[in-house]
Write a protein that binds this ligand. Sequence first.
Ligand SMILES: Cc1cc2nc3c(=O)[nH]c(=O)nc-3n(C[C@H](O)[C@H](O)[C@H](O)COP(=O)(O)OP(=O)(O)OC[C@H]3O[C@@H](n4cnc5c(N)ncnc54)[C@H](O)[C@@H]3O)c2cc1C
Length: 353
Amino acid sequence: MAVQIDVLLVGQGLASSLLAWELLQRQLRILVVDDGAENASQVAAGLINPVTGQRLVKQVDVETLLPAAMHVYRQLGTQFGQAFYVQMPMLKILRTDKELGIAERRLAQPDYRDYLTGLTPAPAEIDAPYGVLQQRQTGYLRTEALLSQLRDFLRNKNCYRRNTLQYGEINLEPALRWHDIYPRHIVFCEGYQAVNNPWFKYLPFQLAKGEILGCESRQDIQQQILNYGHWLIPLGAGRFKTGATFDTNQLDNLPTQAAKTALLASLRAVCPQQQPPDVYQRRAGIRPATLDKQPFIGTHPLHPQLHIFNGFGAKGSLAIPWYAARFADYLQQHAGLPPGCDIRRYDKTYFPA
Ligand SMILES: Cc1cc2nc3c(=O)[nH]c(=O)nc-3n(C[C@H](O)[C@H](O)[C@H](O)COP(=O)(O)OP(=O)(O)OC[C@H]3O[C@@H](n4cnc5c(N)ncnc54)[C@H](O)[C@@H]3O)c2cc1C
């Protein structure tokens, strides 16, 4: 029997899940189809960190993105009766005199005041001769728990199918169709696998593999995120996560011994007295990062019913909620897309002169 819907979403990572949630709030009829494979969103640490990098730069548009993210994660927490976002201060280990100087300058800047608390000496167990910068409005999203709840929620509403969508199964004419589904729009949210999408593979992704370790320690771990180039997120009961590596060459989902060695060495350098932890989990995923570091959102240049919502790179937790609302506005034709994310910036790649 033919099923008429508004939007078919391909993938059930964080991008598709939060967009599906947004579209359902607006009473649209949707279906999410996902192949069920472990994805980057499940592997991700889910960190939200407004001020990043050695130069301690504020994330672009953080003043807009962060409140939107907090609003959606609170709303989802209320809906499902559990907290998905864990707010936790971050200690940024300063590694050079230059980094200390940058931290001092940022602390004097009024527009950084909401995100930086101050400089402190390092806790005894941490080797940080240049001190530590305390950051606030940091934390992490429990992405795996959130995706699992949203999957069950979608399933209960008959809005979810476990299936690998083959691109050749999509008919564009005489009506848009996939199997028995007749959607008005298809939105592709396949994460890194978008590089195989026949309609959108012209977009310049710059994929990056990342690995994370789940560890257990017999020593006390303070309830603060440590950031020392890599990071450590305490999970309670002696458990923590540490990561993530960044590799643009070996693009697969397999954990490696090299990454494990590098992450443990980096942890040992900053916590030299810590006994080596037990590693109970090793996971790898591929970040759907883009050449110009902006998301890929919008409509195919020739097929107005095909869209993409992707390219959130290493900051999906912060960025996806706000962009999901903008994209939903756009699909409902209330508004244009923010130009920075609109894939029309690559029209010249699609239509070379
Ligand atoms: C190691 C690591 C650490 C990270 N740390 C952070 C972090 O701390 N903070 C942060 O914000 N971000 C982090 N990220 C990035 C974050 O994971 C991404 O921004 C975000 O999860 C991307 O979500 P997505 O939905 O676009 O892609 P994905 O999560 O990859 O989801 C895509 C989904 O589409 C499905 N799919 C693809 N093709 C098909 C098809 N043909 N048919 C059916 N289903 C299909 C896939 O199976 C998958 O389920 C990290 C990523 C990695 C790998």
